[in-house]
Design a binder for this molecule. Structure first.
Ligand code: NAG
Ligand code: NAG
Length: 174
């Protein structure tokens, strides 16, 4: 199935639930049930649905290596956790060229990790322990080479919400 078909099928399925399940929220992201950034990756219902999304796997396996970079790993279910972290960007598409551009603009950056992360749309709290999910596309920058061995951050629970990662690719300057 085509990636965009999956994306819009998922959006159509997710939006009625959003209206039904959440009656009030805060616009302060740090407040209980505060709104979080809306991600542009394919939406998911459950953590399993996210981890098994073939569009996520396809995109991560097929993403081109940007100019002057080589892939260190692809299609992992963990993001990099290692020395040399230089911050991250939320992307609108899984665009390895764009992520490399951010790295090239940062002094000392030699590597990046690009991945999909299932995140809550509200800051989980007692009143919203398991909010509707959104999918962020993250581009993390590093001043040291990334490797599959350190792509080990598989997410965590935030209250009852399961943050998980999929389609994680690492690229090093070649
Ligand atoms: C991609 O990762 C998923 C999740 O770990 C796995 O089930 C799938 O077999 C992987 N695909 C390839 C081609 O390695
Ligand atoms: C990816 O990002 C690059 C650099 O920002 C841009 O030139 C290109 O059009 C983008 N590709 C897609 C498919 O959006």
């Amino acid at each position: 199935m085509h990636a965009f078909t999956l994306l819009f099928a998922g959006l159509a399925a997710a939006s009625p639930m959003l209206i039904e399940r959440q009656s009030s929220f805060s616009t302060d992201p740090n407040a209980d049930c505060g709104m979080q950034p809306f991600g542009f990756g394919p939406p998911s219902t459950t953590d399993t649905n996210f981890e098994q999304n073939p569009a996520i796997q396809f995109i991560s396996l097929a993403a081109p290596a940007p100019k002057n970079y080589a892939a260190a790993f692809r299609n992992q279910t963990g993001s990099s956790q290692q020395a040399g972290y230089q911050g991250y960007y939320n992307l609108m598409t899984y665009n390895t060229t764009q992520c490399a551009g951010y790295c090239n603009a940062v002094s000392g950056c030699t590597a990046f990790n690009i991945y999909f992360e299932r995140d809550p749309l509200l800051n989980p709290a007692a009143a919203c322990p398991n909010p509707i999910a959104t999918t962020n596309i993250k581009c993390s920058l590093y001043s040291q080479s990334v490797s599959q061995a350190t792509a080990t951050n598989q997410g965590q629970y935030r209250d009852q919400f399961h943050v998980v990662i999929a389609g994680s690719d690492g690229f090093n300057q070649s």
